[in-house]
Design a protein around this ligand. Structure first.
Ligand SMILES: Nc1ncnc2c1ncn2[C@@H]1O[C@H](COP(=O)(O)OP(=O)(O)O)[C@@H](O)[C@H]1O
Ligand SMILES: [Mg+2]
Length: 655
């Protein structure tokens, strides 16, 4: 296959070859004793099967010889019949026993092997980067894992139980016939080679059709899934009929593709039937001819005809089996390609795994962009001492979340270093780093597990009572108690059965339990109503004590009381200081704060350009009328304002 094997592997991930062929061989190697046994049994079974016509030939030979005899001579011949008869019986029994033994092994090792593939692929998948999971759909990845594990089994069973017996039957037939008559053997040999080659060729010809048919089928499924996901929208726009038409169009495309594929399969079947007839008629006619000419014995004639029937039986549908083999191999190939890509971000060799942070965070000349040609940060340097509580402010897209992601090492800076307590975080294991940092994201997702389990995720050994206490602190206890199953309630996929605010409170409880020295809140309370937010703010302030804290917030009121505020603008930190200092500086922060304060600003703000456009230029602009009215009469956004209750920032301006 045409892609590079993994060049980078997380040390915790299993060693896996990244081409489908070597991947399959790898698992055969893991169960090599089983495969050796199955291979032997399957060979024995096929040989027994093919020797049966030979035994029949021997019996026939004896019976025919006995025709002209009588008395003692006949008795002697009939005694001689016992040997081929015993052979026939032994072969028949052997065929059954070997085949069943091989089957037993198959059913024993098959599920184990499938689980081993699943386990290893999953372990590899886990260590992919944050970026990888933003670029790939979770459902598609999960599907690939199961498809690949099934595909490995299917490929191996196909080779072992379908192709290998055919190979034996064809080659042993030729050998047996060679014993009787060289040219008869040649006829079957040529037929076999031509048959296998043509079957393979037809399968390669049919493959594009079957691939297109399968793609059309999965396309239809995808459209149905999308339509079902958006069913509420379809209903509310009265577009149910429209959606059915969309489906009909997809089904029509699918039908055309499937029909082409089926028609091709039918042609392949024609080939199979004709080839079988050629073999049957050819052998019968040719062997009969040879017998009439006295060149072969009637016993060989019977054997030849029996062999031809056996070959036809074994080799039937060879094209279709090739097609299936391609499909299974294709599945393995897809999975290996999608999942076994090099890990983008791995722990350095010898990275520290035991580490306790005090929490001093430092960016040293950090340059980073999601795409190399679109930098978010250019040589950003900033230092946050341990125990400082810092608020990040700035327009949407100014780089606040990216800043947080770099501290968490979800991405790696292209240049420069991010250090905690002077240690480059790239020299720590990711686990060691993440143990020391608690994150409450803007849109936390939850496991489809009970609420108890979701909160306990912060500290697995926490008691039920500790979990409840954390929930109480996060003001989640109230709504949890009201749920039907309380703490045992399941929350739906990603937590869909909870409101955004409820999910945030669960995420807060979980981080409270974790109690890490660095705490990051990225718009952590943005989905809460202001009353709940105020209540939680007290908890958060308590939780923040003694920690290094970074708070990204929509509402300036939630960060105004912190030790320090960093104002981000297009990836640069344009202002840095306490709330009071920044207001006094009358810069970008001051403009944002004033805007929140109600839109009334003295005229001298009017001419400045920068982060927030001037709000007042002789008339009321931008601020909502109600807010403006409240703010009217105030001459400035005053520093004496009760920070905690500062007004909200307009959502479209910041965040
Ligand atoms: N996963 C991502 N892939 C590519 N670009 C991104 C990604 N996340 C953010 N960006 C871009 O990076 C810039 C900074 O975004 P972000 O840090 O999320 O800003 P903020 O949190 O301040 O709103 C924006 O231009 C945004 O479009
Ligand atoms: Mg953000």
């Amino acid at each position: 296959m045409t892609f590079a094997p993994p060049t980078q592997r997380a040390p915790q991930a299993p060693v896996l070859p990244a081409t489908p062929f070597r991947f399959i061989v790898h698992f055969v190697g893991r169960y090599r004793a089983w495969y050796a046994a199955m291979f032997t049994l399957e060979t024995a079974q096929a040989v027994c099967g093919i020797l049966i016509p030979y035994a029949i030939g021997q019996i026939t030979r004896t019976v025919v010889q006995s025709g002209a005899l009588s008395g003692e001579a006949l008795q002697a011949v009939l005694d001689g019949l016992r040997q081929p008869l015993m052979l026939f019986i032994a072969l028949s029994i052997g065929e059954v026993v070997f085949s069943r033994l091989a089957g037993t092994l198959q059913f024993t090792v098959g599920p184990r092997q499938r689980q081993a593939v699943t386990r290893d692929l999953y372990a590899w998948l886990q260590h992919h980067s944050h970026r990888f999971f933003s670029d790939n759909f979770a459902g598609a990845l999960a599907h690939r894992v199961s498809e690949t594990s099934v595909g490995v089994n299917q490929t191996l069973w196909m080779l072992l139980f379908d192709f290998w017996p055919v190979a034996i039957v064809l080659s042993v037939s030729v050998v047996l016939l060679a014993g009787a008559h060289a040219q008869l053997a040649l006829f079957v040999g040529v037929w076999s080679v031509a048959f296998v080659a043509l079957s393979y060729w037809l399968a390669t010809k049919a493959q594009p059709h079957t691939i297109r048919a399968a793609a059309a089928r999965s396309d239809t499924t995808g459209k149905i899934v999308d339509s079902v996901t958006n069913l509420t929208a379809a209903r509310l726009f009265a577009r149910l009929g429209f959606e059915r038409q969309q489906l009909d169009a997809a089904l029509a495309t699918e039908l055309a593709a499937v029909q082409r594929s089926v028609r091709y399969a039918d042609r392949v079947r024609w080939f199979n039937y004709i080839a079988a007839a050629v073999l049957k008629v050819g052998i019968l006619w040719y062997a009969l001819d040879l017998w009439a000419a006295g060149q072969i014995h009637v016993g060989d004639f019977v054997m030849a005809v029996s062999l031809s029937l056996l070959i036809i039986n074994e080799a039937r549908n060879l094209s279709r089996r090739f097609l299936e083999l391609f499909e299974y191999l294709g599945n393995v190939d897809n999975g290996v390609r999608a999942i076994l890509r090099p890990h983008e971000l791995v722990d350095a060799t010898g990275a520290r795994s035991q580490w306790r942070a005090r929490g001093a965070i430092e960016f040293r000349d950090v340059s980073f962009g999601y795409a190399a040609d679109k930098p978010v940060f250019k040589q950003l340097s900033v230092s946050i001492p341990a125990g400082q509580r810092v608020g990040l402010v700035g327009f949407s897209g100014s780089g606040k979340s990216t800043f947080v992601s770099l501290i968490l090492r979800l991405y790696e800076p292209q240049q420069g270093r991010v250090c905690i307590d002077g240690t480059d975080i790239a020299t720590l294991t990711q686990d060691a780093l993440h143990e020391q940092v608690g994150l409450i994201p803007q849109d936390p997702t939850l496991f489809h597990r009970s609420l108890l389990d979701n909160i306990r995720y912060g500290r697995l050994e926490a008691t039920d009572e500790e979990v409840r206490e954390a929930a109480r602190q996060a003001h989640a206890d109230g709504f949890i108690q009201q749920m039907k199953d309380g703490y045992g309630s399941m929350v739906g996929e990603r937590g869909v059965k909870l409101s955004g605010g409820q999910r945030q409170r669960i995420a807060i409880a979980r981080v409270i339990l974790k109690d890490a020295p660095v705490l990051i809140l990225d718009e952590a309370t943005s989905s809460l109503d202001s009353l709940t937010e105020q209540a939680i703010q007290e908890t958060l302030d308590r939780v923040m004590q003694g920690k290094t804290v970074i708070v990204v917030a929509h509402r300036l009121s939630t960060i105004a009381h912190l030790d320090r505020i960093l104002v981000f603008d297009a990836g640069r930190i344009v202002e840095d200081g306490s709330h009071a200092e920044l207001l006094a500086a009358r810069g970008a922060y001051w403009r944002l704060w004033s805007r929140q304060a109600g839109g009334f600003l003295p005229e001298d703000a009017g001419g400045r350009d920068g982060l927030a456009r001037p709000v007042f230029d002789g008339q009321w602009v931008e601020a909502a009328p109600g807010v403006a009215a409240r703010g009217a009469g105030r001459d400035d956004a005053s520093e004496e304002r009760d920070d905690r209750n500062g007004p909200d920032m307009e959502p479209e301006a910041v965040g």
